[in-house]
Design a protein around this ligand. Structure first.
Ligand SMILES: C[S@@+](CC[C@H](N)C(=O)[O-])C[C@H]1O[C@@H](n2cnc3c(N)ncnc32)[C@H](O)[C@@H]1O
Length: 267
């Protein structure tokens, strides 16, 4: 697939990503590293972004391919990777590609999509195309881990559309810029299960100038049984569903996460 000239929604904000407090502190790294150690190499991470999970996985001795559509996110990942020992770099391959249609010569023991890349696919056609592609790239009985949010019904029906919200504290970039992050739901499409959201970054430089950067994107939410049906349609058997990265079972808290571990059936 040729991505030249494609719109990169992370152009303005990729460099901020690793410093955003809830991303930096997200308690999922050990979960994915452990899954990779259990399956063994090679692993494919779909939507690897800046390498938040990919780099610790490679540091743990796993060969991993990171696929992402965003040139900017991959550039940040590459920059981070260059700070690691050569042996870690040697375990990593970064590829700019679309998760709906990709092709690698090798097959993987584990495919992961940490922190919701799969929710960037807004149609059932795209979801099926991605899952079929993953299926083709897994070894027999290989594992797929989809990491989704569990839709909160109260949050979906609140009246906050259009309002800028958030209470995260400011964070500071290594170059001293101060960043305040807020978010906004611009529109809710209940029929197609899509929230159109904006992440808004107020970036203040040392001379006091503030810039407002907006990362706008659609986010498709999926319900538990819908995911199970999609997986069944594409040749996967669900093995476990977790509400959190501590492996507490789905349903033990609300809304919790929707972390679905499934196994490839057939070849
Ligand atoms: C929230 S980030 C997650 C990054 C990383 N997995 C992590 O855990 O920090 C979602 C990533 O999905 C990527 N993405 C979105 N749509 C994609 C597509 N169609 N194909 C490949 N990657 C995509 C974005 O570029 C972004 O890097």
């Amino acid at each position: 697939m040729d991505h030249a000239g494609e719109y990169d929604e992370y152009t303005l904000t990729a460099e901020l990503y690793d410093h955003v407090i809830p991303y930096r502190d997200r308690p999922d790294v050990a979960f994915f590293v452990e899954a990779a150690q259990k399956s063994g190499s090679p692993v494919l991470e779909i939507g690897c972004g800046t390498g938040r999970i990919l780099i610790p996985t490679a540091r743990a001795g796993i060969d991993i391919v990171g696929l992402d559509l965003s040139e900017r996110m991959l550039a940040v990942c590459q920059e981070q990777l260059l700070k690691t020992p050569q042996e870690v770099q040697n375990r990593v391959q970064l590829v700019q590609s679309d998760m709906r249609e990709f092709k690698f010569p090798q097959r993987f023991k584990l495919v992961t999509a940490p922190f919701r890349p799969f929710q960037h696919l807004t149609t059932v056609g795209d979801q099926l195309s991605c899952l079929k592609c993953i299926h083709r790239h897994l070894v027999p009985e290989g594992t797929l881990i989809l990491d989704l949010f569990n839709p909160s019904l109260p949050a979906l029906t609140n009246q906050n559309v259009g309002d800028e919200l958030g209470d995260e504290p400011e964070f500071v970039m290594p170059d001293g810029r101060r960043v305040l992050r807020r978010y906004r739901t611009v529109e809710r499409d209940y029929f197609n299960q899509i929230n159109y959201v904006e992440l808004i970054y107020y970036v203040t430089t040392s001379n006091g100038d503030t810039e407002r950067l907006v990362h706008a994107f659609p986010m498709r939410y999926l319900f538990r049984f819908e995911v199970e049906h999609l997986l069944a349609r594409t040749g996967f058997e669900v093995e476990a569903i977790y509400a959190d990265f501590d492996k507490s079972p789905y349903g033990s808290k609300y809304p919790g996460e929707l972390i679905v571990v499934s196994r490839k059936v057939g070849d």
